[in-house]
Ligand binder design. Structure first.
Ligand code: TTP
Ligand code: MG
Length: 393
C-alpha cells in the first residue's frame, strides 16, 4: 500500500458521550438537539443507533423526531464536553503519527506512512486506535484503512458502528462500484440529479463512462469525479499547523567567514528555535537554513527531520547537513537563519525517536534541566560548552 491512510469517525458521537456519562440512557433511543416541547424550531444534531431504527436522522426537525419516537430521550447536549472529548480523541491519534488532519469534531484522517516500524502495519494501527478509544474513553468508533483519503472515508462508513474496514488496491472496484453516486466527494443534490438524468446511479456506471463525456457535462469537476470513481485521489493529509513556522535569524555588524564561528552561531539559533518550539508545545518536522552573503545574495536550504523534534541537537545536526550544501568558501556572510516548519502538536505525541535513540533521551533530560534553570534565572543562565567557545561576531 503506497500511502496508507486511516480515517476514524466516532459512532453517534454526541449521543454516545451522553450514554457513556448517563448509564440510564444506555440501550435507549437518545436524540440530541433539544426539548421538542420547547425548542419547536430545533433540528436533530444526532441520534443513537437505537433511535435511528425509528428513522431519526441528523438535521431532521426535532418535532418530526418526536412524532417518530415519542418515548425517546431528548437532550439539549453539551458542546463544551464534546469539544473536550474531541481533543482527547485527536491526542490519541497523534500518538501514532504527527500527520493528523481533523475533518470535523469527531473524525480525522491519519497518514501513517513510516509508522510501521514502531506500531505495525496500518490495519494494526487502526485496531490499536480503536482499542485505545474504547479502553480510555469508553467510546466506539469506526475506522477505514485505504491507499488514499477518499477510499479511507468510504471504508470507515461501510461497517458502522464499530467497523474496521480495509480497502486494498485490489478491492477498489468491488467495493466502490456498487455505491450510489452521492458517495463521491463533490456530488450534491444538483449534480446527483443531473447524473441520474444521464442514467448514472452508481459509481461504477460513472467510472465506465469516457472521461471526455464527463468533462463536457461538468467541466473540470467532471474530470475530478471520474478519477474519484476509479478510486484515485491524490490529496495529501495536511495538518492545520503545517503552514506555521518558528525561526530565528541574526545579522552581523561585520560579515563573518570563519566556519567554526558559522557553526557556533547556527547552534545558538537552533537552541533558540528549539526552546521556542517547546514553549509553544510544538514539534518540528522540517528545518530550514538561510544564508545571506555580504552582497545580499541569499540561499535557503530545507530538509526533513528523521523524527518530529523540539530539541536543539536534532535540529542543529540537520542544519549542519544543510550547511554542507551551501558554498561558503571565501564569501563573507551577512546573515544566518534557522527555521523550523511542518509543526505538529506536542500534546499526546510520543516523541517517536526517543524510544529508539537513547542519546536523545539524555539530550531531552539535559534540555529539561536547562529549561528549569532558565525558567528560574532567565535565558542564558546555562550555556552548552559548545556555545561558550564561539568567538563573538
Ligand atoms: P457525524 O459523524 O456525521 O454523526 P455521528 O457521529 O453522530 O454518527 P455516525 O455514527 O453516523 O458517525 O457527526 C458527528 C457529530 O456532529 C454528531 O454526533 C453531532 C454533530 N452533527 C450535528 O450537530 N449536526 C449534523 O447535521 C451532523 C451530521 C452532525
Ligand atoms: Mg461520527
Amino acid at each position: 500500500m503506497e500511502t496508507p491512510i486511516i480515517h476514524v469517525d466516532m459512532d453517534a458521537f454526541f449521543a454516545a458521550v451522553e450514554m457513556r456519562d448517563n448509564p440510564q440512557y444506555r440501550g435507549k433511543p437518545v436524540i440530541i438537539g433539544g426539548d421538542p416541547r420547547r425548542d419547536v424550531r430545533a433540528v436533530v444534531s444526532t441520534a443513537s443507533y437505537e433511535a435511528r431504527k425509528y428513522g431519526i436522522r441528523s438535521a431532521m426537525p426535532l418535532v418530526q423526531a418526536w412524532r417518530l419516537c415519542p418515548h425517546g430521550i431528548f437532550l439539549r447536549g453539551n458542546m463544551r464536553k464534546y469539544a473536550e472529548v474531541s481533543r482527547q480523541i485527536m491526542a490519541i491519534f497523534s500518538r501514532y503519527t504527527p500527520l493528523v488532519e481533523p475533518l470535523s469534531i469527531d473524525e480525522a484522517f491519519l497518514d501513517v506512512t513510516g509508522c510501521e516500524k514502531l506500531f505495525g502495519p496500518p490495519r494494526q494501527i487502526a485496531a490499536a486506535i480503536q482499542e485505545d478509544i474504547r479502553r480510555e474513553l469508553n467510546l466506539s468508533c469506526s475506522v477505514g484503512v485505504a491507499p488514499n483519503k477518499f477510499l479511507a472515508k468510504i471504508a470507515s462508513d461501510l461497517h458502522k458502528p464499530g467497523g474496521l474496514t480495509v480497502i486494498a488496491p485490489g478491492d477498489i472496484e468491488r467495493v466502490l462500484h456498487p455505491l450510489p453516486i452521492e458517495k463521491l466527494w463533490g456530488v450534491g443534490e444538483k449534480t446527483a440529479s443531473k447524473l441520474r438524468d444521464m442514467g448514472i446511479d452508481t459509481i461504477g456506471q460513472l467510472a465506465r463512462l469516457p472521461e471526455s463525456l464527463l468533462t463536457a457535462a461538468f467541466g473540470k469537476m467532471g474530470a475530478g469525479l471520474w478519477r474519484l470513481a476509479r478510486g484515485e485521489d491524490g490529496r495529501m493529509v495536511t495538518t492545520s499547523r503545517e503552514a506555521k513556522s518558528i525561526s530565528r535569524e541574526v545579522t552581523f555588524p561585520r560579515d563573518i567567514s570563519d566556519p567554526e564561528q558559522v557553526r557556533a552561531v547556527l547552534l545558538e539559533l537552533a537552541d533558540d528555535v528549539a526552546l521556542s518550539l517547546r514553549r509553544h508545545g510544538y514539534l518540528a518536522t522540517k528545518v530550514t537554513l538561510k544564508v545571506r552573503y555580504g552582497n545580499f545574495d541569499t540561499v535557503t536550504r530545507q530538509g526533513t527531520l528523521p523524527a518530529p523534534a523540539c530539541l536543539t541537537m536534532p535540529i542543529y545536526t540537520r542544519v549542519l547537513d544543510l550547511l554542507a550544501r551551501v558554498d561558503l568558501r571565501g564569501r563573507g556572510i551577512r546573515l544566518l537563519g534557522v527555521g523550523s516548519g511542518g509543526l505538529v502538536d506536542q500534546t499526546g505525541c510520543r516523541q517517536l525517536s526517543f524510544f529508539e535513540n537513547s542519546g536523545l533521551v539524555r539530550e531531552e533530560k539535559i534540555t529539561q534541566a536547562i529549561d528549569k534553570v532558565e525558567a528560574r534565572y532567565g535565558r542564558g543562565a546555562v550555556k552548552r560548552a559548545t556555545l561558550l567557545i564561539r568567538k563573538d561576531p
